[in-house]
Write a protein that binds this ligand. Sequence first.
Ligand code: SF4
Length: 322
Amino acid sequence: MSQGDQSGGKIKVGVSSCLLGEKVRWNGDHKKHVYVYDMLSPYFDWVTTCPEVEIGMGILRETVYLEGSVEATRMIGEKTKTDWTRRMRAYSEKRGRELSKLGISGYIFKKNLPSCGLMRVKVYLAKRMLAGQGRGLFAGEVVRQNPWITLEEEGRLSDAGLRENFIVRVFGYHRLQSLFKAKFSMAALVRFHTMEKFLLLAHSRKYYDELGRLVAGAKGRPPAEVRRNYTELYMRALSFKATTKKNVDVLMHMLGFLKKEISKEEKSDILETIKDYHRRLLPLVVPLTLLGHYVRKHQVRYLLGQVYLNPHPKELMLRNHI
Ligand code: SF4
């Protein structure tokens, strides 16, 4: 595991069962997602759920759709018009609580479907006219009960930027939970905040500053309140995309810490790669690898511990595509 995962173990992440190849779909088939299954399984300890099977709809079942309005949605069988709403809501509430207790750091949902769809799931009026778009009933409850974990649909993981952002947040949330599992310590919180500095800056300076103010004023406040506030602001920060411009600013900022250690030629090599990254001629991994090399070579203490240099396993090659 990378520096990003300090627990040494896999990270618990929820997933729609069919995406891992379980044959639980209405037609007895699965929807195995190659990236999720092959690339992420070495790092994630999957917690699978098929809510439709769990509420007794069986495999080889009739398909369902959402009816009513986005605010008051019912789940109805296509042919028999069986109303599954009450059973699905009761199960989702119970499972949502279980997932919180299990400490999942993220969830990957199967897109568009009446139970698991996270966004833009069609809701119909009685005569199959479109009433609007909402969430699947199960996904909606997982969101409600786990507001700060990172949720995504499998379809969006094929976008390099969204994929990197999802995984950065899963690893970030996991680091934070690992920190807060231990007895509260101001020193540990300050250390964490210091190590996350450049990662946070690459996502949101505004929230980095707010987090700084929170840490500065945390002494003497109830630990549970500090944990809650820090988690909220930290996850808000990471939800902003680390754009090219923000990454360039962070790379230049880090380069400033190396100026006394490296030669003019070395500095100009690094600057060249940062410029090429800015022009999108090179992916982010190139300037970062070069910077990381000099940080290790010269043992620049302040930068050595920065999570930004290694926020997720390099084997996932996430920064080779952004
Ligand atoms: S999308 Fe959800 S409900 Fe449908 S088969 Fe997959 S896990 Fe089950």
